[in-house]
Design a protein around this ligand. Structure first.
Ligand code: 13P
Ligand code: SF4
Length: 336
């Protein structure tokens, strides 16, 4: 396990000025989509976007994908600059895999409840308490936690990776307890789980989903494995964002109740225009709880400004980069 100072400041900038848009910096007559395209050409930049981004961002992205696909895309591009329209841990991953490239993120405050619920000093203590366990860690974590881990995984690669670990090797899994529990069932492996959760995937109301299924008796319930176990037990299909999207394209079903962040409905509807997609309802009335508040911090304005100002930029200490690269490269090899 790599040793470094886990008491050093974490890499997410909390400076509120970084996430405040200065509207006065933008000429309101500009067509921002056109300007972003122009800057992409001028800067030799690529725009990578996660499925949870606003439709207008997805529509101008060079690539849209799940966490694993975007990590791979970041390595394949010949662009000199990567603009990452996603959350902080995704942009960090792109930087770790591409140290020589400039990686820009529209809003440095675009965090993730799973990453912030697993601080590096506590994760280090957790590992020290269980020295005979290897750490397979979900990519939704900080670069410091990646550097303290043996192998990183995503929701689309985790099962394949766990199945390659010798049966007598003990495993601890962090930070998502729902994904960890789901993987234990799928692989038959017992794992020690960190008790983190995603604030978005925890909000779905089973009662309202059951009511919805009465109104749409032919609809299939599809869910991301970050959802709680009781909801996953009811799901007809479980998978990463890309796997859910592919399933909706290939399935004969015409209606789907979608238990993941609502941004993905844009691609589902675009790729299967004749099918009906209903966002799984959250527990609270009239809240937008199935919108990830971090993903939705990104806007066209912030993308334009981060390109024009070449800031905020992801930079990490060398020893963190090296440690995190090792565990990420293992993920890429084991999921190939
Ligand atoms: P995917 O890798 O399935 O896109 O998941 C990322 C994520 O943050 C889910 O909440
Ligand atoms: Fe993190 Fe959940 Fe947002 Fe995904 S949806 S980025 S897991 S807070």
């Amino acid at each position: 396990m790599l040793e470094f100072d886990v008491t050093a400041p974490v890499t997410i900038a909390t400076d509120p000025d970084q996430s405040r848009i200065r509207v006065d910096q933008i000429d309101l007559r500009l067509d921002l989509a056109d300007e972003i395209m122009r800057l992409k050409r001028e800067m030799n930049a690529v725009l990578l976007a996660h499925y949870y981004q606003e439709p207008e961002i997805q529509d101008i992205a060079d690539y849209i994908g799940d966490s694993l696909e975007l990590a791979r895309r970041s390595q394949e591009t010949s662009a000199e600059v990567i603009i990452f329209a996603g959350v902080h841990f995704m942009a960090e991953t792109a930087k770790i895999l591409n140290p020589a490239k400039q990686v820009l993120i529209p809003d440095m405050a675009a965090g993730c409840s799973l990453a912030s619920g697993c601080p590096a000093p506590e994760f280090k203590r957790f590992r020290e308490l269980h020295p005979d366990h290897i750490a397979i860690t979900y990519i939704n974590c900080s670069a410091e936690v990646k550097a303290l881990s043996d192998i990183i995984c995503t929701s689309s690669s985790a099962e394949k990776i766990i199945n390659q670990i010798p049966m007598d090797q003990k495993i601890l899994f962090a930070p998502d307890r729902n994904l960890g529990g789901y993987l234990m069932k799928k692989t038959g492996r017992k794992m020690l789980l960190w008790q983190g959760t995603c604030i978005v995937h925890e909000t779905f109301s089973e009662r309202k989903i059951i009511e919805l299924r009465h109104r749409h008796p032919d609809a299939l319930l599809i869910a991301h494995p970050e959802c709680e176990e009781s909801l996953l037990n009811r799901a007809d299909f479980i998978g990463s964002t890309s796997a859910l999207l592919k399933f909706t394209q290939e399935s004969d079903a015409r209606e789907f109740i979608v238990a993941t962040e609502s941004g993905i409905l844009h691609q589902m509807q675009r790729l299967s225009p004749g099918k009906l997609f209903v966002a799984a309802p959250p527990q609270e009335e009239s809240c937008n709880c199935n919108d990830c508040p971090y993903m939705k911090l990104n806007t066209l304005e912030k993308i334009y400004l981060c390109m024009r100002n070449r800031s905020p930029e992801i930079n990490l200490p060398d020893e963190v980069m090296r440690g995190a690269e090792r565990s990420l490269e293992r993920m890429l090899q084991m999921s190939a």
